[in-house]
Write a protein that binds this ligand. Structure first.
Ligand code: AMP
Ligand code: MG
Length: 267
């Protein structure tokens, strides 16, 4: 991890156990909470500029275990971003039609047009996570998918889409507390599924799958951010800062006025 954006360096061996989910390096909670409002506003400015510039798109990929905070991150980080050019795509168990296609099909359909941000709440990475852990496809199939994913992301990047990937890394104890809260709190109970407990039993298998995912698919064009996610405020600061950094690197500009569209012409 090179800096406070928690990038998993491409080509460098990544070990999940070396990354503390409760870490908040360099920031206190008060400092983090104080930063968030301005980060959200900056993201809104950049999104409008992205929309006006119309040369690039942004794909935000969110992965993490149940209760890792994918929904909460979207709600918090994108709170100020106007809905005009920003959409969320949720991916659950594939429908029969989706399952009848190649594993990337349903995701490519929802990839962002130039000028837009698309947030993938779960993504094609489930094809090397849940499908691997549950043996839904043979090893020979999921192994081949890492390369297919890297080529897919390279295609998107070459055609103008910035791919920004966040693995929200929570501890098993934090997940326990959050799932229990979903059971106890009537306003959160709708989020709880009994199946979440079966997934929790497979915690270590998922850990291995996430580790391989980062090792195989943290690339120069689309590196993984492994975000310490036990503290929601810290998670949100990291995600917002990483997005702002990538958007600022695009050198976005408002388009020039068309010839003749200057001076007092609206009469
Ligand atoms: P949620 O994110 O709580 O709405 O749950 C979505 C569910 O869909 C999770 O249990 C995922 O494991 C599951 N899911 C997502 N993608 C796939 C996939 N490709 N194959 C099987 N299950 C999936
Ligand atoms: Mg769920």
């Amino acid at each position: 991890m090179s800096d406070h954006l928690h990038v998993a360096e491409p080509g460098k061996q990544f070990r999940l156990e070396h990354h503390a989910p409760e870490a908040t390096p360099g920031l206190s909670e008060d400092e983090g909470e104080a930063l968030l409002p301005e980060l959200r506003l900056r993201l809104d400015e950049l999104q409008e500029l992205l929309y006006a510039d119309r040369r690039s798109a942004v794909l935000v990929v969110l992965q993490g275990m149940d209760a890792a905070g994918k929904d909460g991150t979207i709600r918090s980080v994108f709170r100020e971003v106007g809905p005009l050019g920003c959409m969320v795509a949720n991916f659950g168990v594939p429908t029969p039609e989706e399952a009848a296609h190649d594993f990337l099909w349903r995701y490519h359909l929802q990839a962002p047009a130039r000028g837009r941000i698309a947030i993938f709440n779960r993504s094609y990475y489930e094809s090397v996570l849940v499908e691997r852990v549950h043996g839904l496809v043979p090893k020979s199939v999921w192994k081949g998918r890492y390369g297919a994913i890297n080529r897919f992301e390279a295609l998107l990047a070459a055609e103008g889409t910035v791919v920004v990937k966040f693995f929200l890394h929570v501890s098993k104890e934090e997940q326990r507390q959050r799932l229990q809260e979903r059971v106890d709190n009537p306003k959160k109970r709708w989020k709880f599924r009994e199946g979440d407990l079966d997934e929790r039993k497979l915690w270590d298998d998922y850990g291995a799958a996430y580790e391989d995912m980062v090792n195989e698919c943290s690339t120069e064009t689309a590196p993984w951010h492994v975000v310490p996610a036990d503290h929601k405020w810290y998670r949100d600061v990291v995600v917002a800062r990483a997005l702002i950094r990538r958007l600022e690197a695009l050198d976005l500009r408002y388009p020039e006025a068309a010839p003749g569209i200057v001076g007092t012409i609206v009469i």
